[in-house]
Design a protein around this ligand. Structure first.
Ligand code: SF4
Length: 284
């Protein structure tokens, strides 16, 4: 049933389970635009279960499996709760140390570095995704408080999205993801929302119920690909050719609003000439 897997499995319906529970409101700190609003149910000081807050229109009361698994995390025997020191780098020989000792070691290292170099630029922070909660930004605050340190810039994914939006739209303007339900034609290009963006899937289904066509382009036959109306399996890294072929087709069929494109883009003539000279739909 489309969308049914998005409902919380951990809580019985009807609210009877609220008796004797304290309910806390949280947000998932992971790096999804979903930013799931969560209700955490605590009894006898122990988290019993969580559920997505139904007040969130985007998630409609569901999280993903990672969200539901939060119940296990605080009580996992594998959780690192204390400072650990590895005796011999790469040895795997970890031993627990006191907080004082851990602080002492780190402070000494920083002071040694400053004494040697005259600055702390040898101290580099690189981090990006995973957890966007206070533990992520707390590290930034710590390093900033020390003065000039080194930050690595760039990320594996988001700059590509920023560049694409700036080139295509002139600015970073994003649709409200809920708009997807209004689409008439959805191309999921190298995306697998059935696994990676579960809350988007219900909007894709809603669009399809309204008559939208859903096309999936992916080298891998994903769970999203099998749900699409059409699946185009491309060889990895050849989808640029497919995009050029589509552009040539759009040009050939006169589907370009040339007046608008000329007024709002750079290099249209050159691009059109390149397509006519070097690209054919058959080749693509
Ligand atoms: S979809 Fe999952 S990982 Fe993403 S914000 Fe929601 S619970 Fe967190």
């Amino acid at each position: 049933v489309p969308g049914s897997f998005l409902r919380p499995l951990s809580a019985p319906a009807g609210g009877a389970y609220l008796d004797g529970y304290e309910v806390f409101r949280n947000a998932c700190p992971r790096n999804c635009y979903d930013t799931c609003s969560i209700k955490t149910f605590v009894k006898d000081g122990v988290i019993q279960f969580i559920e997505g807050a139904p007040e969130s229109s985007f998630t409609r009361g569901g999280t993903c499996v990672k969200g539901y698994a939060y119940t296990r995390r605080p009580y996992s025997p594998d959780r690192i709760k204390y400072p650990m020191v590895q005796e011999g780098r790469g040895s795997g020989n970890w031993k627990r140390v006191s907080w004082d000792e851990a602080m002492e070691r780190i402070a000494k290292k920083l002071l040694d570095m400053e004494a040697l170099d005259g600055n702390l630029l040898g101290l580099a922070l690189t981090k990006y995704s995973g957890n966007f909660g206070i533990t992520n930004y707390g590290v930034e605050g710590l390093l900033t408080s020390l003065g000039y340190t080194t930050r690595l810039t760039g990320t594996p994914c988001w700059p590509a999205g920023i560049d694409a939006q700036n080139y295509d739209m002139g600015d970073m303007w994003c649709n409200d993801p809920e708009d997807m339900a209004q689409s008439r034609y959805i191309i999921l290009w190298g995306a697998n929302p059935a696994w990676n963006s579960v809350h988007s899937v219900k909007y894709i289904y809603e669009a399809r119920e309204r008559g939208a066509k859903v096309v999936c382009i992916d080298p891998v036959l994903t769970q999203t690909a099998v749900k699409a109306d059409e699946y185009w399996q491309v060889k990895a890294s050849t989808d640029g050719a497919l995009a050029l072929g589509m552009a040539r087709h759009i040009l050939d069929k006169g589907l370009v609003d040339e007046q608008w494109v000329r007024a709002n883009s750079v290099g249209f003539e050159e691009f059109a000439a390149y397509l006519r000279e070097s690209v054919s739909v058959e080749w693509a």
